[in-house]
Design a protein around this ligand. Sequence first.
Ligand SMILES: [Zn+2]
Length: 97
Amino acid sequence: MGRRRRSDELTDTLTKRSRGGDFCPKCGAFVRWVRLDTGRWIATDPEPVIYRDDGKEWLVVGNKWDGYINKGCQIWRPGDPTTDTRKGRRIHAFNCK
Ligand SMILES: [Zn+2]
């Protein structure tokens, strides 16, 4: 079992065949559903974050029907370089309270 396999299994767990409700059934937070280019759906936190492509965090990029999980993100923090930044959304399951 390599790294890629575990990553694929986690992706399957995080994504759903159809869009869920507007609120997380576990913590009650408002979530934003994004349809990925695989046809599956994923719940994200509604507010986007700024990131750069040089880390290991997973963020959802894209909005409606063309989203994908970028698995190499570094969420931008004050003091980080401001070049090559983009916007993405946190996967709600990683952030669920
Ligand atoms: Zn939640």
